[in-house]
Design a protein around this ligand. Structure first.
Ligand code: AMP
Ligand code: MG
Length: 485
């Protein structure tokens, strides 16, 4: 491979004790076919595939040959899945190593769907095309929305069907992440029965993600605080755009603060706080409005895992983490309020704000208003048109909001404008995603490529992409999404 395509691989992760990983090779794939290569991302991280044929790219992104210094391994981790502790690990993923970009960033490159690993349990180690394309499209959408996320570099179809409810085309996704260290990685370290493992993982993670903590007296404690802050920022962003992750198990929460593991995730159309899409979330544990509470619960799992490193007196250690975890709600509420103010074109704080926000949300809920489009309609100078907005309840709210905005204008002396990049015009609406994936399953990628273009400028009003701004018709509405693992 000429010039190694710009890959500069290192593997610092395997300097951790052997329990944290297992070397493993990807399954050979006889007839891989490129479905998509993320040329923009490749360029950003210093990769150049211009000299490669499509055929050669298929072999690279299915693991038939890998760049110099790639030595694939699966990572061990544990996790609370729907509240229950389990030992897990990459059952169908392999890390190639860490690519060092020209800017000096360290990024994991990882296959998803490349065959069984020592952690596969009963799974086949494989992935179906639909779910890998869902991860590709939604992670890219999140990136363009300005939300911290892992990204997708390529998808290859393997030519081998995988058995799920039916036979489906198989695929491999290549994922880029600032690391794959999860809350569940710390839970795994904590149950190894050797405090040195936990210390090694903490030291490694701090060096990799938060080197400014290295001089702290109580590194573990400060680490929990930082991860909590990152997660709060992330969840506030999810809430801003109506994103529902769907499987917020502790193994699907990174300590870097990036969104990871796009399974049955989806964006909400009609506003309702209890919206759930995932077919496996029968109790609504991971519903839209539960996401902050679950994030707090997950952070408390991280803190419990780290207890032995916080204080030799475990009672004291518990009090110390409690102080941190108890601050979650206040920090979250304040950031959420700030975000909602921005969605309504308010930059200063006023005692009326909470009332104005909650009245609007209740109105949206009662009237099945579209979450995304309501805010876009409010950004017009004119009062929004349309039947839904002619109700007295909306008109009353509108008057109070206008008054509140005028008040702000008078106070600041500036003309009022909405902050940029807060209210998206285009989100990957679920019916559009499902439509694209369903055609892709039949070998037609037109809708998928078109959707990918649509989500690249989510805050811009582009006539060409108007159809992507429309909520689903009742027939097209998608109520359930599947992990498809
Ligand atoms: P997820 O819900 O996708 O985050 O996966 C939870 C766990 O199940 C992880 O340990 C995955 O590696 C594992 N897993 C998911 N799908 C498969 C599969 N097809 N084969 C083996 N392991 C899998
Ligand atoms: Mg996962």
């Amino acid at each position: 491979m000429k010039k190694n395509c710009g890959f500069h691989l290192e593997t610092t992760y395997t300097q951790l004790p052997g329990a944290f990983y297992a070397y493993c090779d990807p399954l050979p794939i006889s007839t891989p076919e490129m479905v998509i290569l993320n040329a923009d991302l490749a360029k950003t991280i210093g990769l150049d595939f211009s000299h490669m044929t499509v055929n050669a790219l298929g072999h690279l992104f299915s693991g038939n040959y890998l760049p110099d210094k790639a030595r694939t391994f699966a990572q061990a981790y544990a996790g609370h899945q729907f509240g229950h502790f389990t030992l897990l690990g990459d059952g169908r993923a392999l890390v190639w190593g860490e690519h060092i970009t020209p800017k000096g960033e360290r990024l994991d490159i990882q296959f998803k769907g490349s065959g069984p690993t020592p952690y596969s349990r009963r799974g086949d180690g494989k992935a179906a095309l639909g779910p890998m394309l869902r991860e590709y499209i939604i992670s890219e959408a999140m990136y363009y929305l300005g939300i911290a996320t892992t990204r997708s570099l390529a998808v290859v179809s393997t030519g081998h069907p995988v058995m799920r409810e039916t036979l489906l085309p198989g695929a491999i996704l290549t994922r880029i992440a600032s690391s794959h260290i999860r809350v569940g990685t710390f839970e795994f370290a904590a149950v190894q029965g050797d405090i040195n493992f936990l210390q090694a993982l903490l030291d490694y993670t701090i060096k990799r993600h938060y080197p400014f903590l290295e001089k702290e007296k109580n590194k573990a404690l400060r680490f929990i605080e930082i991860v909590m802050e990152k997660q709060i920022n992330l969840i506030v962003d999810w809430m801003r755009v109506g994103f529902i992750h769907g499987v917020m198990n502790t193994d699907n929460m990174t300590v870097s603060g990036e969104t990871i593991d796009y399974g049955p995730c989806a964006f909400m159309d009609t506003y309702h706080p209890h919206t759930v899409f995932s077919s496996i979330d029968r109790t609504g544990r991971y519903a839209y409005s539960n996401q902050p509470k679950i994030a707090q619960w997950n952070i408390s799992r991280l803190a419990i895992a780290l207890l032995p490193l916080i204080h030799h007196d475990q009672h004291k250690a518990r009090d110390m983490i409690k102080d941190i975890i108890d601050r979650f709600a206040d920090i979250y509420n304040q950031k959420w309020l700030e975000m909602m103010r921005a969605k309504l074109g308010l930059s200063q704080s006023h005692p009326m704000d909470e009332q104005i926000i909650s009245t609007l949300l209740t109105w949206m809920e009662e009237n099945y208003a579209d979450y995304t489009n309501t805010f876009i309609d409010l950004m017009n100078d004119e009062k929004p048109q349309g039947k839904i907005y002619r109700q007295k309840s909306f008109e009353d709210w509108y008057v109070s909001w206008k008054k509140r905005r005028d008040l702000e204008g008078n106070l600041s002396g500036h003309s009022l404008s909405f902050k940029k990049n807060i209210n998206p015009i285009i989100i990957p609406r679920n019916h559009k995603v499902e439509e694209a994936l369903s055609s892709a399953n039949h070998g037609d990628f037109k809708d998928f490529y078109a959707l990918l273009e649509a989500i690249k400028s989510p805050y811009e009003d582009r006539d060409l992409f108007e159809s992507y701004t429309l909520p689903p018709t009742p027939n097209a509405r998608v109520y359930q999404t599947f992990c498809g693992t």
